[in-house]
Write a protein that binds this ligand. Sequence first.
Ligand SMILES: *Cc1c(COP(=O)(O)O)cnc(C)c1O
Length: 372
Amino acid sequence: MAHNDPRPAAPTMKPWIAGIHAYVPGKSTGADGRKLVKLSANENPLGCSAQALAALACDHTPAAYPDPDATALRAALGREHRIDPARIVCGTGSDELLNLAAQGFAGPGDEVLFSRYSFAVYDIAARRCGATPVEAPDADFGADVDALLAAVTERTRVVFLANPNNPTGTYLPGTEIARLHTGLPSDVLLVLDHAYAEYLEPEEVDGGFELAARAENVLVTRTFSKIFGLAGERIGWATGAPRLIDVLNRIRGPFNVTASGQRAAQAALGDHAFLTRSREANRSERTRFIQAIEALGNHGLRAVPSKANFVLVLFEGAVQAETALQAIGEAGYAVRHLPGQGLPQALRITIGTPQQMDDIAAVLRRLCGEAS
Ligand SMILES: *Cc1c(COP(=O)(O)O)cnc(C)c1O
């Protein structure tokens, strides 16, 4: 290279990409490489529907591209939720759709707004497209509508809100979601991330689908990764106004959902018994686990109220989160410590089987010096 050649010696990363901290997935092995039971990724301990498994096993031709428009799956989603399939787009997990929502509507100079202690992907999605991530203060670990509205500026283009929220499990009722939507300028896209919505009780719906059906600036995203137990297949979907869906269709991967994933999702959608069983098992184990944590309240342990399939446990006494993480690991379990998200004092623990939750509770009781 000539000595006055202005070209760098190697490809140069864009500065907004340099600002990204890669997503840290839930661990499945201990520090010594030992395999751990994973209560770190909010997977369904019951697995998935037997009908979905059968659909995955059935004969097909891997040489053929999948249906680029996931036509049968969108039709099934439309029937299930009474949504026009033209208002639905499928994605490689809802993760792809969250990223596309940011990319389609925000860029350099724009702001993407979300609450403190929300899903780590929102920050990455904002930075990936060169936009500026903006965090609004939380209210006791949950989203605060007033704080979000106060953080809106003329540069705000997209607002992400997970309801229930990950990693805190907190939930805003429909009245608060409506208040947030009403307070936003009509050119700001509100993305309601419903990854855990199926864990809510039927009377707890937050009105997201109704907003997505009627407003021009609301997208709701859903996933087959959580209650449906199909995280490995990578299937998500979004619904909203046709103009929003058109934007996502322009920039999504043309064959973004595998053929097996489309079939499995369609089968899983129809297995209402599996969903009910999963929701009820989660509810009763979550209640039992929260009671076990509350019994350790005098040792500074506290469970953030959760509507999801995990509980964020705060360690505000003598027992520290790191100590608990290590002891839980020695007992054979991986749970989630999120110091990078401003939660060094907390562990996010997925609700597993009764035996698994008993094991975790026993470790915590032992650390607190209480008899098991
Ligand atoms: C798990 C999760 C998702 C789902 O991701 P997929 O890409 O669909 O597997 C989306 N949002 C939140 C808040 C999550 O916790």
